[in-house]
Design a protein around this ligand. Structure first.
Ligand code: SF4
Length: 412
């Protein structure tokens, strides 16, 4: 029993409606108690169906449960059915989401096969024109969603907020006895835009359980404040993401900081980590980061986790770092087969430690662990399985032997 006043673990998940994305009989549920869904987005030209289908497949194989593709031109819309067909032929039934801005109403009505091949439409109410035209364009997209029975994400973005709404709210704010800060008005405008457009979509005939909302901003504290507010004012499932998170460690840290706070509070039904890829970098990185956030928080499990120490002056070589890296890579590579063959393997913990100081302890806490010899220690590496010391490995082939032990452990 936990000590009084000490709470461990995330708050109960926020109660939401459930939105179902489907392709054939493959379904992904968002909200309504379903596990937090990992999604990602391609950066290929959608008008190139082969390159796009290959990247969607890579993202799906890495663990992306939903993949969004931009649909920005008639050429792109025309190729969406071909992308879907390529994926179906490869046995990749991941739901595709079409990302629309400016001309979505035209593309969805002019390319019905595109509208049908997608499993969800992302609509940005800030990028649909102004006034009556904007309302008409929005209504056209909702009408297509109703006709093809597709859910939508009403995705409001800090960088493309509805300018007429913003102007109206700034005007109202100027008449307050104590005007809010401009930043607070923007946060309110994001939430109002998302909710009012969702309500309008329902008025136009879209079921409430076919709507996901997002309000993306690029600053951590604003994102947390906006989503806390949004979560308290509606019961639509929420898509979380720090937009334009940035490159490398900054993007990962900022996304993790923001999303971890919200997820801990039970807020968030699907996540995307928007990392700027390094030139030539691997697009699947954002999927791995999303999975790692969920897994390290104990919300989901995707792949066995490797606990490794950072190393210090007590280690004279990089053997344990190389071993930790190779074991983590090996475990990830095995998962497509292992997850069907050995249910539950994704919750396994492996420890790879650099010396006797914390090595035996961490290894005993893991399902399977190894404590490599530090500087001045006896050149041997005890292996611990289910908390008990078993064999001791020596010599130059420790990495291979430990990998074989891990493999045997999983099989048994
Ligand atoms: Fe350093 Fe040993 Fe701790 Fe690793 S386990 S950080 S090598 S003291």
């Amino acid at each position: 029993q936990d000590r009084p006043n000490i709470s461990v673990g995330p708050a109960p998940r926020r109660t939401t409606r459930q939105v179902v994305l489907s392709w054939y009989d493959h379904t992904v549920r968002v909200g309504g108690g379903a596990p937090v869904v990992v999604q990602s987005m391609t950066n290929t030209d959608t008008a190139d169906p082969i390159a796009t289908a290959i990247q969607v497949k890579d993202l799906a194989m890495a663990g992306s449960e939903v993949v969004r593709i931009t649909v920005n031109t008639p050429e792109a819309a025309a190729q969406v059915p071909a992308i879907r067909e390529q994926l179906d032929r490869m046995g990749v039934y991941v739901p595709l989401v079409g990302d629309f801005h400016y001309n979505g109403h035209k593309l969805l009505t002019q390319f019905p096969e595109c509208a049908q091949a997608l499993s969800k439409y992302r609509i940005n109410p800030g990028n649909m024109g102004a006034g009556n035209k904007r309302d008409d364009n929005f209504a056209q997209m909702i009408e297509v969603a109703c006709r093809y029975n597709k859910p939508v994400r009403i995705g409001v973005n800090w960088g493309s907020l509805d300018s007429s709404l913003m102007a109206k709210m700034m005007d109202e704010n100027s008449r307050r006895a104590q005007p809010w800060a401009a930043q607070a008005v923007m946060r309110e405008a994001l939430v109002v835009s998302a909710i009012s457009n969702a309500q309008r979509a329902e008025t136009l005939g879209l079921p409430g359980d076919a709507i996901v909302l997002s309000c993306k901003v690029s600053h951590v504290q604003d994102l947390i404040a906006v989503y806390q507010d949004l979560a308290s004012r509606c019961d639509y499932p929420l898509h979380l993401g720090l937009t334009e998170a940035g490159m490398g460690s900054k993007g990962i840290v900022a996304s993790t900081a923001a999303l971890a706070v919200l997820l801990q509070q039970g807020i968030g039904d699907t996540i995307r980590i928007s990392l700027t890829p390094e030139p030539g970098g691997d697009r699947t990185r954002e999927v791995v980061v999303a999975q790692e956030i969920l897994q390290t928080m104990g919300l989901r499990a995707f792949t066995p986790m490797v606990v490794a120490c950072p190393g210090c002056g007590r280690t004279s070589s990089t053997v344990f770092q190389e071993l930790a890296d190779s074991i983590q890579t090996y475990l990830r590579q095995q998962m497509p087969v292992w997850k069907t063959r050995y249910p539950g393997v994704e919750t396994m913990n492996v420890a790879v430690m650099g010396c006797v100081v914390n090595g035996p302890g961490e290894s005993q806490h893991a399902d399977i662990g190894i404590s490599l010899p530090g500087t001045g220690e006896v050149p041997s590496a005890p292996v611990y399985i289910d908390g008990r010391r078993t064999v001791t490995l020596k010599g130059d082939s420790i990495a291979g032997e430990f990998q074989a032990i891990v493999e045997r452990y999983v099989e048994e």
